[in-house]
Design a protein around this ligand. Structure first.
Ligand SMILES: CC(C)(COP(=O)(O)OP(=O)(O)OC[C@H]1O[C@@H](n2cnc3c(N)ncnc32)[C@H](O)[C@@H]1OP(=O)(O)O)[C@@H](O)C(=O)NCCC(=O)NCCS
Length: 314
């Protein structure tokens, strides 16, 4: 892919986003405009190490794929195709594009491939599946609308206070624990309770975070954090709805799971987003995390982008 290809590929990307918005109207309307889509594409193109391929039919561009590496070691020797990194007029073309682009990625030793695909496009998702990819992560969104679930007997949800810090620090371990176990096998970087305590000493006073705790029989059993989506390092560009709140974290201690605390905490964040004037709420989860992948759709979140993953064995 060359800089001369950008204008035509920007138009393909804007058209992809226009179709995506028909399925998911909470996505930003801005990127249906070719100049806005082109800016996103150009920024990706200018990322260090970016490379990709363009498909032509009768000399007319009918698709592109564009990836770039991330420096964090957790992703392995990687290439990421982010939200602005692909568009095709018909799904099958993505297989030729990947074949061309991945030749270079693998030759460079970048064998871990990650791709963000619009969730509504079943043909495109299937084309990636027929390239050996599987789903790793879900990005999801729902309208910010006040929740109406009946209260759970004996359970209260309230904003966290300084006295909750020890429980919050313990709860922070539950997500990496869950991710470290089968079938996710993806613990990431594990922090200690001491590190979590130190972070919460500052975080508890952060006016940009809405931290909720669920209490049962006088003890904290779970926590959840809401914030503006701008605070998140993910859900960027075309994958970032305008004026969105973010459900950034939730955990319930194992002994208290399955009794409605997770729902109550998630709903506290959704209601906070409504009160804060956000139009939508965004979250994401590992699809192999059986607990999260059942809880968040039950609250009304629907997938907007799928992150697919393939490791090439060389
Ligand atoms: C995800 C988590 C916070 C959910 O908390 P919880 O208290 O167990 O959740 P709830 O009991 O409120 O259940 C929430 C919804 O998910 C559904 N659900 C939960 N577990 C389920 C299961 N095994 N099968 C089917 N549905 C399930 C419930 O039915 C409920 O929906 P409903 O109210 O419509 O019936 C909790 O499991 C947890 O701490 N997991 C480890 C950390 C983690 O994964 N955090 C999420 C990060 S993205």
């Amino acid at each position: 892919m060359e800089s001369a290809d950008l204008a035509a590929c920007g138009a393909l990307l804007a058209e992809r986003h226009r179709r995506h918005r028909m399925a998911e109207p909470l996505l930003s309307a801005r990127f249906c405009a070719v100049d806005a889509a082109l800016r996103e594409l150009t920024a990706t193109f200018e990322t260090t190490g970016a490379s990709g391929a363009v498909a032509l039919r009768d000399a007319v561009p009918v698709g592109f794929v564009l990836g770039a590496p991330k420096s964090s070691p957790v992703w392995g020797p990687n290439v990421w195709v982010e939200a602005a990194g692909q568009a095709v007029t018909d799904a099958e073309v993505i297989r030729d594009l990947y074949a061309a682009a991945a030749t270079r990625w693998v030759a460079e030793g970048r064998t871990a491939h990650y791709v963000l695909v619009p969730a509504h496009d079943a043909d495109l998702v299937r084309a990636w599946f027929r390239l050996g990819f599987g789903q790793q992560q879900a990005h999801a969104v729902m309208p910010a609308v006040r929740t109406r679930t009946a209260e759970v007997a004996g359970l209260t949800v309230r904003l966290a206070v300084r006295a909750d810090i020890p429980a919050l620090a313990e709860l922070d371990l539950e997500l990496p624990r869950q991710h470290g176990s089968s079938p996710t096998f993806s613990p990431g970087v594990l922090s200690t309770v001491e590190e979590n305590l130190a972070e919460w000493e500052e975080g508890i006073a952060d006016a940009g975070l809405a931290t909720f705790v669920a209490e049962s029989e006088g003890r904290v059993v779970g926590s959840a954090i809401g914030c503006a989506l701008e605070k998140s390092g993910t859900h960027l560009g075309l994958a970032r709805p305008d004026n969105a709140g973010f459900l950034g974290f939730a955990a319930v201690f194992p002994h208290a799971r399955g009794r409605g605390a997770g729902r109550a905490l998630g709903e506290a964040v959704i209601d906070w987003a409504v009160d804060s004037g956000f139009d939508s709420v965004v979250t994401d989860w590992r699809v192999t995390n059986l607990l999260a992948s059942r809880t968040w759709p039950a609250l009304g979140f629907t997938e907007s982008f799928l992150r697919l993953h393939r490791t090439v064995a060389t």
